[in-house]
Write a protein that binds this ligand. Structure first.
Ligand code: FES
Length: 168
C-alpha cells in the first residue's frame, strides 16, 4: 500500500511537491532508474523527501532508492540552478585560460565550482573537453556554447542569462 508524506514532511528540504502527482508519475515507470529520471525531470533535482516518496510509491526500501540515486552522476541530490554554466577544463581550454573564467564567474556569482546560487539561478561546474577546442577557452550552458572568452566576457554572458531569467 502506498503511503503519502505529511504536510510537514513535504518541505523538509525547503522544496514543495505534490506527492500524489509524484506517486502517479513514478509508480509504473520501467524500473527505478527511470522512476528517478522522471522525478528529476519534473522537479529539477531529487530532494530527500522525493526519494522517500519514490520508495513508498514503488514499495522498495529507501536504501535501495538512495543507492541508485547516488550511483549515477546524472542524478542530483542538491538543488540545481536554472542555468548550468560549465567551464571547459580540457587541455586546450586550460592552456587558453579557463581558470580565469572560473575565477571571474565564481566572484561574480559568489559561489565556487560545483555550487548553486541561493536564488537557484546558476550552478557553476567544470567539464571535460566540450569538443570545440579551436574556440578555447569555452563556456557552455545546457543550450548554448560561447568561445574565446576571457573573465569579463564570461561574466557578461552570465549577466545576460541572469537578466533573461528576471524577465521570465
Ligand atoms: S579543451 Fe575545451 S573544448 Fe576541447
Amino acid at each position: 500500500m502506498v503511503q503519502h508524506l505529511t504536510d510537514d514532511e513535504r518541505t523538509t528540504d525547503g522544496h514543495a511537491f505534490d506527492p500524489d502527482a509524484l506517486t502517479e508519475l513514478v509508480r509504473d515507470a520501467e524500473g527505478l532508474v527511470e522512476a528517478l529520471r522522471l522525478a528529476q525531470d519534473a522537479i529539477g533535482w531529487l530532494p530527500s523527501e522525493v526519494l522517500r516518496q519514490i520508495a513508498l510509491a514503488r514499495e522498495v526500501p529507501l536504501a535501495r532508492v538512495h543507492g541508485v540515486a547516488t550511483f549515477y552522476a546524472s542524478f542530483f541530490l542538491e538543488p540545481r540552478g536554472r542555468n548550468i554554466l560549465r567551464v571547459c577544463r580540457g587541455t586546450a581550454c586550460h592552456v587558453g585560460g579557463a581558470d580565469r573564467l572560473v575565477e571571474a564567474l565564481a566572484k561574480h556569482l559568489r559561489i565556487g565550482l560545483g555550487e548553486t546560487t541561493a536564488d537557484l539561478e546558476f550552478t557553476l561546474e567544470s567539464a571535460a573537453c566540450l569538443g570545440c577546442c579551436s574556440l578555447a577557452p569555452v563556456l557552455a550552458s545546457t543550450e548554448q556554447t560561447w568561445g574565446r572568452l576571457d573573465g569579463p566576457s564570461a561574466v557578461a554572458v552570465a549577466a545576460r542569462l541572469g537578466a533573461a531569467g528576471e524577465r521570465r
